[in-house]
Design a protein around this ligand. Structure first.
Ligand SMILES: [Zn+2]
Length: 86
């Protein structure tokens, strides 16, 4: 019973929601449990979050990564290269 989803697309396009990213440390934030609430960064509780970001990078070893140095990242995780905070 999956008829509601078969509207012609492959299911790749419009259902994909951009995750939020932290405006302070650029970390990509997991979806909140309550979908109505925007997520909050664990490390920067007062930082703004936004879905307006570009570039996805996974930092495994911040101490060995040039990208991590550029972004001033010191924790492993998924990050946005550029976060547009208004
Ligand atoms: Zn943060």
């Amino acid at each position: 019973m999956d008829s509601a989803r078969s509207t012609g697309s492959e299911g790749m396009n419009n259902m994909v929601k951009q995750p939020f990213a932290c405006g302070e440390c650029n970390m990509i934030l997991p979806d909140p449990e309550k979908k109505s609430d925007p997520p909050q960064c664990n490390y920067c509780p007062s930082a703004p979050v936004t879905t307006d970001w570009q570039g996805f990078v996974v930092i495994m070893h911040p101490d060995r990564s040039e990208v991590a140095k550029r972004l001033q990242i010191d924790r492993p995780g998924s990050y946005a290269l550029k976060v547009n905070i208004r």
